[in-house]
Write a protein that binds this ligand. Structure first.
Ligand SMILES: O=C(O)c1cc(=O)[nH]c(=O)n1[C@@H]1O[C@H](COP(=O)(O)O)[C@@H](O)[C@H]1O
Length: 272
């Protein structure tokens, strides 16, 4: 999906919500555990209940890898289900990959070709030749970690080198890489106060903003400092939506949580 198509979906649905599918078998309602594929059954129910309120889903690959082959099967079924039933939905593989070029190319193939995701999260630490193989894919996005939502973001990302913070250098330098138009960036919702300055560096780029909900980030602040005239934001919430309830109506409650966020987003979009 192109950025333009994603933006059209955002205006159509009045939502820039991404629902995080961080599906932990230990946290899903116990009655689902007797199903053939509990993780897929959970995801399917969450997707059916939330899809009208969001524009994207972001399975975090760790949750699938953690349960081995069954996890990969559930992930594949989930992405196939999205492609078949809701092809207008944007998909993010939250894998945080990046390696020497020859290896990155394989990661890119896995997530873009084999699984057919629209985008993948990538760590910039190994530099240009570790990221460019991802950027070669047409109509696919590489979402580069810039300023993450966790406390450890201050360990390295905000350290100054040559008078400039590292995360700013990542954004500035990556703009000159081949096919840089395929880049998006991660900025945590807990770091909303940085967004004003970040927008001066990357005025147009889409930002994936996780950290609203369980990590305490404010949607209002994110919009105030980070929204562009084309929106330019995908705001993710995972646990606060998908684990809002563990009873038999968990999906309905997740739908209500997603709808509440969508309503707030619609209000923010009206300000444009
Ligand atoms: O790349 C990410 O999505 C990500 C980056 C970041 O800075 N912080 C962050 O929380 N995430 C991911 O976003 C999701 C947040 O989940 P919740 O805190 O449950 O909403 C998890 O899958 C995290 O791995």
């Amino acid at each position: 999906m192109t950025s333009q198509e994603l933006t059209e979906q955002i205006f159509k649905k009045k939502s820039f919500l991404c629902v995080g599918l961080d599906t932990d078998p230990d946290r899903i309602p116990t009655y689902l555990l007797s199903e053939e594929d509990p993780v897929f059954s959970f995801n399917k129910a969450i997707i059916d209940a939330t899809h009208e309120f969001c524009v994207a889903y972001k399975p975090n690959i760790a949750f699938y890898e953690a349960v081995g082959i069954d996890g990969w099967k559930a992930l594949k079924k989930t992405i196939d289900y999205l492609h078949t039933e809701y092809p207008e939905i944007y998909t993010i593989a939250d894998a945080k990959r990046g390696d020497i070029g020859n290896t990155s190319r394989m990661y890119a193939k896995a997530f873009f070709n084999d699984l057919g995701f629209d985008s993948v999260t990538v760590a910039p630490y190994m530099g240009k030749d570790s990221v460019e193989p991802f950027l070669e894919f047409t109509n696919k996005h590489t979402i580069l970690l810039a300023l993450t939502s966790n406390e450890g973001a201050f360990d390295f990302q905000t350290l100054e080198t040559d008078g400039e913070e590292l995360y700013r250098k990542v954004m500035k330098t990556s703009k000159n890489w081949k096919n840089a138009k395929n880049l998006m960036y991660v900025v945590g919702a807990t770091k909303a106060e940085f967004l004003g300055e970040i927008r001066k560096l990357i005025p147009e780029s889409f930002l994936l903003v996780p950290g609203v909900g369980a990590q305490g980030g404010s949607l209002e602040e994110v919009c105030k400092y980070g929204m562009t005239k084309n929106v330019g934001l995908l705001v993710n919430s995972s646990r606060k939506i998908i684990y809002a309830s563990d009873s038999s109506n968990f999906a309905e409650i997740a739908g209500a949580k997603a709808e509440a966020l969508q309503k707030q987003m619609a209000q923010e979009l009206e300000k444009l």
